[in-house]
Design a protein around this ligand. Structure first.
Ligand SMILES: Nc1ncnc2c1ncn2[C@@H]1O[C@H](COP(=O)(O)OP(=O)(O)OP(=O)(O)O)[C@@H](O)[C@H]1O
Length: 226
């Protein structure tokens, strides 16, 4: 159970030419570990996450998930893989305003064909795991920013993903709540043995993660930790 990016190059159309967003990027994320990806704005962090999520196909290189080379899959195979193995936490929670916290999660299970009763039980279990055991009946406007982000994280875990991809989860939170969310993500990663990639601007949270990768102009390095 792991995520491997091997020699990924990604370009976008740019006027008459191409802009290189990722330049021969390789990264290994073992199961049960968090890799933080840091770097300046425009350095390629979101592009890396989108490639890892198999939402964008790279020009070159391989994305290998739990030993499966995703380059060999067609669209149907890729969407099944995303549904079954990948959890994505976007920067903004994007919760549906009319649904309760539990229902936000149950919708995911419905898409996956689970019984309503099993989906409800799983939703409640995950809301408890993210520290919201008593707020299952609240709608988004009745939750704080930090609580909404926790619902967002719990939702990404509904399909029991082996890979968890998290984009700037603390950007809307103050320092203390941001640190609590990073602790939550690290704890869940270790307990559930997911291979987690966490894009963040905030270097103050990095002590909690297992590996830090830096991106500059599309090139990734993993500096030795002191
Ligand atoms: N769809 C696109 N078409 C063309 N260029 C793009 C596209 N998406 C991103 N880029 C360019 O690719 C480079 C990397 O962008 P990316 O969004 O991956 O950076 P980032 O590190 O996530 O930035 P930020 O921290 O500001 O979100 C940038 O130069 C950006 O302008």
């Amino acid at each position: 159970m792991s995520l491997q990016l091997a020699n990924i190059t990604l370009t976008y159309p740019d006027g008459d030419g191409r802009l290189t967003a990722l330049d021969d990027v390789s990264l290994d994320v073992p199961a049960g570990t968090v890799t933080a990806v840091v770097g300046p704005s425009g350095s390629g962090k979101s592009s890396l996450l989108a490639v890892a999520a198999t939402l964008i196909a790279p020009d070159r290189g391989r994305v290998v998930l739990d030993g499966v080379d995703t380059g060999g899959l067609d669209r149907t195979g890729l969407s099944a893989l995303r549904r079954q193995r990948i959890g994505i936490v976007f920067q903004q929670p994007n919760l549906l305003p009319s649904l309760t916290a539990a229902e936000q999660l149950q919708v995911m299970a419905h898409l996956d064909g689970r019984s309503p009763r099993a989906a409800r039980a799983r939703a409640l279990e995950l809301l408890a795991a993210v520290g919201l055991p008593d707020l299952a009946g609240r709608r988004p406007h009745q939750l704080s920013g930090g609580q909404r982000q926790r619902v967002n994280i719990a939702r990404a875990l509904m399909n029991d993903p082996t890979v968890l991809l998290v984009d700037e989860p603390t950007s809307a939170l103050d320092h203390e709540r941001g640190a609590a969310v990073i602790d939550l993500i690290t704890g869940l990663t270790h307990r559930r043995a997911t291979a987690t990639v966490l894009v963040t601007h905030d270097r103050t949270h990095l002590t909690a993660v297992d590996q830090v990768a830096e991106v500059h102009d599309g090139r990734l390095t993993v500096p030795a930790r002191t």
